[in-house]
Design a protein around this ligand. Structure first.
Ligand code: NAD
Length: 285
């Protein structure tokens, strides 16, 4: 069975990218945001990204018009009722995500509809147990920016059915053209369990005065051929999201290497969230 109708909840950095990619791959997409202002910001983010794809020769004007015609925006979660697959991409916080899965369980009608989360670090089981259909719940973890990054992590909980796992993988690989890796349901999955300690080490290095932000990033770009250094990458991910993922990892494993350093905490408290806020370790104004 191919997926034709998708719901995306949350249209921030990731939700916008997921909605865009689903629409450019021919799916009918309904996007839900918390309020009108966030909805308009999300819509704008998708339009900008599609325009960028045209200017880079990746999409034609016709393809963009067709993708836009497949996107529908709303603040009413009830519009998820007829979706075959709903992908949750709201803020990285367990309480709101659990509450949302409880609501989706009440709203989404088809018994075989898949309820997926794009969480970076919250165990899928916690979301699955908020529903009466844990066998239909799975993690489909995309990477930022979604239109560009090939990888998705497919995260099955102990209760995810084989049918759900197969359908979700066929969707990500067969329909969206992504490459999938499978991860067990452990906080951080494969990539963030490795990436987050590295980013936090970069922040600790800056905090201790060991080196400047530019030199830390240049070191990894020029010395290791990384496309960007750890501080620029933290700015791209969002400092709030990085902190939230670090906290989930720390909660799960109780390992010091996952503990967010005070500089990260203070910057989040100050609203210096990285690119999306115009300032993080670097200024984007
Ligand atoms: N930023 C990254 O690089 C990255 C990469 C992979 C996965 N993720 C994961 O994707 C998810 C979203 O992250 P993001 O970076 O897009 O965050 P973001 O802060 O850019 O966007 C979150 C959006 O969710 C909306 N929202 C919050 N509560 C809502 C609700 N109840 N209903 C509808 N919308 C709601 C907010 O208004 C906001 O627009 C998180 O779980 C995060 O861990 C992030």
């Amino acid at each position: 069975m191919t997926i034709e109708t998708v719901g995306v909840v949350g249209c921030g950095l990731m939700g916008a990218g997921i909605a865009e990619v689903c629409a450019t791959h021919g799916l009918d997409v309904t996007v839900v945001e918390a309020d009108i202002a966030a909805l308009e910001a999300g819509q704008h983010r998708i339009s900008k990204s599609l325009a960028r794809a045209v200017s880079r020769g990746k999409l034609s004007d016709e393809a963009v018009a067709a993708a836009k015609s497949r996107l529908h925006f709303t603040t009413d979660l009830d519009e998820m009722a007829d979706r075959q697959l709903v992908i949750e991409a709201i803020i990285e916080a367990e309480g709101p995500k659990v509450a949302l899965f409880k609501q989706l369980d009440q709203i989404v009608e088809a018994d075989d509809a898949i309820l997926a989360s794009n969480t970076s670090s919250i165990p899928v089981m916690k979301l699955a147990m908020a529903t009466r259909r844990p066998e239909n719940v799975i993690g489909i973890h995309f990477f930022n920016p979604v239109p560009v990054m090939k990888l998705v992590e497919m995260v099955t909980s102990l209760l995810t059915s084989e049918e759900t796992a197969e359908k979700a993988k066929a969707f990500a690989v067969g329909q969206l053209g992504k490459r999938a890796v499978a991860s067990q349901d452990r906080a951080g999955f494969v990539v963030n369990a490795l990436l987050i300690p590295y980013l936090l080490s970069g922040i600790r290095m800056l905090e201790s005065g060991f080196a400047s932000a530019e030199d830390i990033d240049d070191g990894m770009v020029l010395g290791c051929n990384h496309p960007m250094g750890p501080l620029a990458l933290t700015d791209l991910i969002g400092l709030d999201t990085t902190r939230a993922v670090a906290e989930s990892l720390y909660d799960e494993f109780k390992e010091q290497l996952y503990a967010p350093p005070p500089l990260l905490l203070r910057m989040v408290e100050a609203g210096l969230l990285g690119r999306k806020a115009g300032r993080g370790f670097y200024d984007y104004h």
